[in-house]
Design a protein around this ligand. Structure first.
Ligand SMILES: Nc1ncnc2c1ncn2[C@@H]1O[C@H](COP(=O)(O)OP(=O)(O)OP(=O)(O)O)[C@@H](O)[C@H]1O
Ligand SMILES: [Mg+2]
Length: 356
């Protein structure tokens, strides 16, 4: 259905409980059953595990102490979209640094040059030695630079490159070849969650590039996407990832209950207004007004996203706005697989106990 549009970029927006994840799961189930495409999911709430397991996919659990690792220094041939893969990787690494300092979330021009220089050195060494670099390698290179700022950067990196939180400083040890992969970051602490989301997006980029070379299409779903847009470097990396997805036959979908956050960033606003497929479920009054302005939604059309039932709302498809009702009956197997409602879960537990 996306093929008729100018780009495959999609968003699913709605207040908590409006049915965003439910709809995403329905879409994933449809793709798995009706195509040969690959599906990659970033799951901050840890709620996609049942459907991934049901369809034989792989859940990669990332948390402090977990055995699964993905290496942010992995770089597939053809990485980036500027013709300068090392520069693009540096942009990504800068977005990580930005998340590492809670007080001062910005990168100075000196830091920018240092990161760029050290990332170049790391990959030049890799070309010679063929030893896969990790964040530990990058930290060691930073420590060898004469500038004091480089040592400050190394100190910032220490938090995720050494010690108990070094989950992202190992070589990738998970099988990322499964057709359906979900990255579960539910147990990752708040500070590491955004870093995790960035690193997963980078891993997805590598996978999308490798799929593209094989002529395989990929669908990417990122839940809780708004956290990325709080910081400039992260938003820039993300906007570039979105562009790369599109150019490499991948269909990215961002999911969030926080439209305000998304629109507070220039990159977020431009990503949303350039998306050809936007599903709006029930909206809060403020978000509704903002969306009406951005997407030119009339008063009458607004009624479809005001106090809407879960699973109902308005779709922007290219230039058209279409109201929809998509209620799934509770007795369907798929409903049981998709629901997150505590009452439903309790009911299912009782039914299972009774059947024993
Ligand atoms: N299409 C639908 N048909 C029937 N029930 C639905 C539908 N969509 C959602 N629901 C009901 O609403 C509940 C909440 O939906 P969902 O988990 O998708 O919310 P959400 O928008 O992702 O919320 P959050 O922002 O908290 O993650 C589901 O567990 C289900 O009971
Ligand atoms: Mg949800």
């Amino acid at each position: 259905m996306y093929n008729l549009l100018q780009n495959p970029n999609a968003f699913i927006l709605g207040v908590p409980g409006a049915g965003k994840s439910f709809l995403t799961k329905e879409e994933i189930e449809f793709i798995i059953m009706s195509t040969n495409d690959d599906v990659l999911i970033c799951d901050p709430e840890g709620e996609y595990d049942p459907i991934i397991k049901q369809f034989g996919g792989e859940v990669i659990e990332i948390s402090v102490g977990s055995k699964d690792h993905i290496n942010p220094m992995d770089m597939e041939d053809g990485y980036g979209d500027s013709g300068n893969p090392i520069g693009d990787k540096s942009q990504f690494i800068m977005s990580l640094f930005e998340q590492l300092d809670r007080e001062n979330k910005s990168i100075t021009p000196i830091e920018r040059s240092l990161i760029d220089r050290c990332v170049s050195i790391v990959y030049a060494e890799y070309r010679k030695t063929k030893v896969i670099p990790t964040l530990k390698t990058l930290r060691n290179v930073l420590l060898k630079q004469p500038e004091s700022e480089a040592r400050t950067l190394a100190l910032r990196l220490e938090y995720i490159a050494e010690g108990t939180s070094d989950i992202f400083a190992h070589e990738t040890n998970v099988d990322v070849s499964n057709r359906i992969i979900s990255y579960n970051i539910f147990n990752l602490g708040t500070q590491l969650k955004t870093i995790g989301l960035l690193i997963i997006t980078d891993a997805m980029l590598n996978r999308v590039i490798s799929n593209w070379k094989k002529g395989k299409r990929t669908h990417v779903f990122i839940d809780e996407i708004h956290v990325i847009f709080e910081n400039e470097e992260s938003a820039t990396f993300f906007a570039s990832a979105w562009r790369q997805f599109r150019k490499r036959d991948a269909f990215p979908t961002g999911i969030t209950q926080n439209v305000k956050y998304l629109l507070s960033s220039q990159q977020g606003t431009s990503m949303l207004s350039n998306s050809e497929f936007i599903v709006m479920l029930n909206q809060s009054p403020n978000d509704r007004e903002d969306l009406a302005d951005l997407l030119k939604i009339s008063e009458e059309q607004m009624s479809y996203i005001t106090n809407a039932q879960s699973g109902c709302g308005l779709i922007k498809y290219g230039a058209s706005l279409v109201p929809f009702i998509n209620r799934m009956p509770k007795d369907m197997e798929l409903y049981r697989l998709n629901t997150t409602k505590p009452a439903d879960r309790k009911e299912m537990l009782v039914q299972t106990e009774q059947s024993y």
